[in-house]
Design a protein around this ligand. Structure first.
Ligand code: UDP
Length: 333
């Protein structure tokens, strides 16, 4: 099978590429390296069945050629990370909406199967836990940048479903809940790589707000396994699936766990949201998926526990830090 992965040099895309190559498939990726990096694909760059293009999906001609060539398309290219979204709202909206529109329009020509990666952000500030795919979405006002991300991904979902209903393009939507693991960068504010790097460097571990907000973290290997099954499943077409873990942890507990696992002297400090992000920033207090639907479809249940996740990230960041000591310019977290 020929697989196209937009955003293939990103954290999730690189793991997905690796898994398809292991299976013997041909992988084509496009990435403009805005948040992805060559380092993520360094180990597969020379693989005979791997082809990469440093290109945005907005490059219509290139995207058209690749969509035509491939059997299935994963559309993972998007603006990600709350920090990036707050700081670059125009780019977020443009990338997310225009990129998806192009991919769907091109996939429609030959009815290629497309998986759109969406996010648990679309549930917004719903406070009824757990979140089910048919729940109402509760978004905040348009003057708060964060909501533009949720809204742009919701539009992507509407488009994907519309392309299925009206043009019979077999689309499927995966709402990902805090996917984490090796290769995720802390540069765009993601909490686990941030805390692990801080702990390993003996710097302050920065808990935003009072630390009582919680999340459920899923290892990227569990996510990628689910995506590969969903994209091929005939009953998944036109549907939305939550993919995540139901093991909830508060951010303060997370900081304590990471401090203990790394045996770090780092103090845990509390940073007000307006200092961490922007004035009036709204966080989600809890975010837990209902995974019944995806479990029924493919028997999905996450296998990797939070402690295992943290150990894998600590291991990864540790070796990166050591590399950096040898070559200080080689790395960015
Ligand atoms: N967070 C934190 N310290 C950090 C980075 C993030 O306390 O250095 C918090 C953030 O405010 C949120 C949670 O950790 O409540 C998860 O943040 P992340 O950006 O990883 O994902 P989100 O769930 O917000 O998309």
């Amino acid at each position: 099978m020929k697989v196209l992965i937009t955003g293939g040099a990103g954290f999730i895309g690189s793991h997905l590429s690796e898994r398809y190559l292991d299976r013997g498939d041909e992988v084509y990726i496009m990435d403009d390296l805005s948040t992805g990096s060559i380092e993520n694909i360094q180990h597969i760059k020379e693989h005979p069945k791997f082809t990469y293009y440093i290109s945005s999906v907005i490059n219509y001609q290139r995207t058209a050629e690749l969509v035509d060539l491939c059997d299935v398309v994963y559309h993972l290219a998007a603006a990600v990370g709350v920090r990036l979204i707050v700081e670059s709202p125009v780019k977020t909206i443009e990338t997310n909406i225009r990129g998806t529109e192009i991919v769907l329009e091109l996939a429609a020509k030959k009815r290629k199967r497309v998986l759109i990666a969406s996010t648990s952000e679309v549930y917004g500030k719903r406070d009824h836990i757990p979140f089910r795919e048919d729940d109402d979405l509760v978004l905040g006002p348009t003057n708060k940048g964060r909501w533009s991300y949720a809204c742009s991904k919701a539009i992507d979902e509407f488009m994907a479903i519309a392309y299925w209903k009206e043009k019979r393009v077999p689309t499927v939507i995966a709402r990902l809940f805090n996917t984490v693991g090796p290769r995720q960068t802390g540069r765009y504010g993601m909490v686990i790589p941030n805390f692990v790097t801080q702990a390993l460097q003996g710097k302050e571990i920065t808990v935003y707000g009072d630390g009582s907000q919680s999340r459920c973290f899923t290892h990227v290997a569990d996510v990628v396994g689910a995506l590969m099954k969903i994209i091929e499943h005939p009953e998944a077409v036109g549907e939305v699936y939550n993919i995540g873990s139901t093991q909830e942890v508060t951010i303060q507990q997370l900081a304590e766990k990471i401090k203990a696992l790394t045996n770090s002297p780092s103090p845990i400090v509390f940073v007000p949201y307006e200092k961490a992000y922007e004035e009036g920033f709204e966080d989600m207090m809890r975010r837990v998926p209902d995974i019944t639907k995806v479990n029924r479809l493919i028997g999905y249940a996450p296998q990797i526990t939070l402690d295992e996740i943290l150990l894998s990230v600590i291991d990864y960041q540790h070796s990166k830090l050591q590399e950096r000591q040898v070559s200080p310019s080689a790395l960015q977290f």
